[in-house]
Design a binder for this molecule. Structure first.
Ligand code: T5A
Ligand code: NA
Length: 229
């Protein structure tokens, strides 16, 4: 007889959002807190700038090199595919995976690029397609923040997409994705639960919300195989 608990696996949790919304701060805090409570945890981040593909992305983001918009979009996706088998293996083996940005950033940023006349350079559906089939997160926490609040955090940096008009378009694109995913419901695409978090508040408040959303999922585990985007 099969043991119903044997098919349980660890959850895949993604923190997504706008630049300066506090994703890296909160994914690190979360991973530390989980490990501190004895939960086997792996923290991953996209782009992973350490791989050969990641180095090309890094150079592009720092404007040290230029790439065709389609090409760099595919590199961002390839950078996730590089790690996909590892993520799946970890989840099945019972390690909770916490991820700083994922495919939703890929769509939101690339689909927000415009030409000199303000027309989109890459169609939304085209932007989605290279990530189809990647491991789907069980929970996405979308860190929403107004450009005004983001500016209070020292403003945007020097990297390619860190411009106010771009960030406004990215925010709209994320809101479109949120609508498709079905806010806080297990409807929409696949089995992913999408929750918007007001990331414009203090660090401790955000941390408390993140923990409240994540802790039960980690404690309970997830039934069934890893879903696909
Ligand atoms: N991209 C990414 C794509 O185009 N396609 C893709 O497929 C992917 C995956 C680099 C760029 O790549 C694009 C999106 C990006 O433009 P990145 O390396 O993740 O992506 O970007 P980073 O520059 O590392 O990170 P962000 O700018 O997005 O910042 P975070 O991680 O959201 O914010 P964080 O935690 O570093 O905090 C920023 C500052 O605010 C403070 C922190 O101390 C820090 O100084 N802070 C707060 N201050 C007040 N209140 C709070 N609650 C705060 N939380 C943090
Ligand atoms: Na970050």
């Amino acid at each position: 007889m099969s043991n119903p608990t044997s098919s349980r696996r660890a959850p895949f949790i993604v923190i997504e959002g706008l630049d300066r919304s506090g994703k890296t701060t909160q994914t690190s805090k979360l991973a530390q807190r989980l490990e501190g409570s004895g939960v086997d945890t792996k923290l991953v981040k996209f782009p992973d700038r350490t791989t050969p593909i990641g180095k090309m992305i890094d150079s592009y983001l720092r404007s040290a090199s230029d790439l065709d918009d389609h090409a760099v979009h595919l590199l961002f996706s390839a950078n996730r595919w590089e790690l996909a088998p590892t993520i799946e293996r970890l989840l099945t083996a019972g390690t909770t995976v916490i991820c700083d940005r994922y495919a939703f950033s890929g769509i939101a940023f690339s689909a927000s690029k415009v030409d000199a006349e303000g027309a989109p350079l890459l169609p939304f559906e085209w932007c989605r397609s290279p990530d189809v089939g990647l491991p789907a997160p069980d929970l996405v926490l979308f860190f929403d923040i107004t450009p005004e609040k983001a500016k209070e955090r020292g403003g945007y940096g020097e990297e390619r997409y860190e411009k106010e008009e771009m960030q406004l378009r990215v925010r709209k694109a994320f809101h479109r994705i949120a609508e498709e995913m079905g806010e806080d419901e297990k409807v929409g695409r696949g089995a992913t639960r999408w929750v918007t978090v007001d990331a414009g508040r203090g660090m401790d408040e955000v941390e408390r919300d993140v923990w409240t959303l994540v802790e039960p999922l980690v404690r309970g585990g997830v039934t069934g195989p890893v879903a696909k985007l």
